[in-house]
Design a protein around this ligand. Structure first.
Ligand code: 1CP
Length: 343
């Protein structure tokens, strides 16, 4: 029998929505914090045994329905020749792209920089509990571009990137194409190594007007998602902050859309093609509160569940480091035990 997660991706609904959380591995788990006191993030990510161990922690500790590969979206610019460093203030590239005329001039791609990720997938496939689906992922081109041009997160506004897109649209397309090309190969190789689903993270879709986003980035996202799908796995697209632009995402682009916490699931349901599945979307910050408030929020999802839409429960963005793990466990258990009226 397939897992409840892969069944739902194929459109087979069981008695409840499957549940996993964005950033379930590297944030709230005490078992992760213990490893983090011994190893740096890069050490954990690059050692296949450690990466596999961390990937599977939420399966053992929280009993979620899927594991997500322990890696980061910024491995793509790193493999394109930008040296990635993780500091206390988050990820940093020391030499961001500033050459507007010829943005790729100083970059040299070394695809072997991604090999440790494929080795980690092999290790996870070998060591995972039976029927544990593995989600592979990569960052979508705008989000990756933000770090390549601004060099670091600037409270999520990325001013240089936005200016670059307006002033150098044609040159920006060269960069988008280069990111897309490597992302396609990366996604397909992840599938060849045994991932069971693929998610494309476009965390910063909301930085620019949705029309400009759709013009510059929909074609690129479609190519990456289609490549993973043609290689053999269902795909999920997370365009955070796209707003009503999600109504223009078609089923030839993705199987599921992950909905951010800004939008209600009922609004998303009304906007999105009924053949597409939805994932989401509890505001992770609700998990700062208490069990009664969390339950009240989760109970509201019964109305959406009754629409019959294909649905994977998740957050509207990733877990935050200071969320109490017992609240995360409470939400997972509640989703599993609630009577959704599906069977
Ligand atoms: O559960 C998991 O942790 C899974 C692995 C995973 C994923 C899916 C990591 C590990 N990062 C990501 C995706 C990711 N990374 C995104 C897209 C999803 C999202 O928006 O959360 C983004 C934007 C990043 C970039 C990134 N990497 C940041 C955010 C910086 C900012 O803009 O504020 C940070 C802090 C990282 C480092 C990172 N990635 C992952 C971990 C465990 C860490 C922390 C390393 C550390 O602090 O030691």
């Amino acid at each position: 029998m397939d897992s409840i997660f892969t069944d739902m991706l194929k459109g087979v609904k069981r008695e409840r929505p499957p549940v996993w959380f964005m950033r379930q591995a590297g944030r709230v788990l005490p078992s992760y914090q213990k490893l983090k006191s011994q190893y740096s993030f890069i050490e954990m990510m690059e050692d296949q045994k450690l990466a596999a161990q961390v990937t599977l922690l939420p399966i053992h500790d929280l009993a979620v329905d899927a594991a997500i590969l322990f890696s980061d979206i910024l491995v793509i610019p790193d493999a394109m020749g930008m040296k990635l460093d993780f500091t206390d203030k988050g990820p940093v590239f020391d030499n961001p792209i500033t050459d507007c005329e010829n943005p790729l001039a100083n970059l040299k791609t070394d695809k072997t920089r991604l090999d440790h990720i494929y080795r980690a997938i092999d290790e996870i496939v070998k060591t995972r509990p039976k029927n544990t689906p593995l989600i592979g992922f990569c960052g979508a081109p705008l989000t990756v571009l933000c770090y390549m041009i601004d060099g670091r997160s600037t409270n999520h506004v990325f001013p240089k990137t936005v200016k670059y897109l307006y002033e150098n649209k044609e040159q920006a397309k060269q960069l988008i194409d280069a990111i897309t090309e490597l992302s396609i190969e990366y996604a397909v190789t992840q599938v060849e190594h045994g991932i069971n689903a693929f998610q494309l993270f476009e965390t910063h879709a909301g930085l620019i007007p949705s029309e400009l986003y759709e013009e510059l980035f929909f074609p690129a996202c479609k190519k990456i998602l289609n490549a993973a799908r043609e290689a053999g796995v269902p795909v999920i697209y997370f365009p955070k902050g796209l707003g009503t632009g999600i109504s223009r995402i078609t089923k030839d682009m993705t199987d599921f859309i992950s909905i951010d916490w800004q939008m209600s699931m009922m609004d998303a349901h009304k906007l999105v093609d009924p053949e597409l599945g939805l994932q989401g979307n509890l505001d992770p910050r609700v998990l700062w509160t208490d069990k009664k408030s969390i339950e009240a929020e989760l109970t509201k999802l019964n109305e959406f569940a009754s629409t019959g839409r294909k649905w994977i429960f998740n957050l509207g963005h990733g877990l935050l480091p200071d969320i109490p793990v017992e609240n995360v466990q409470f939400a997972i258990d509640w989703i599993k035990q609630n009577d959704w009226g599906w069977k």
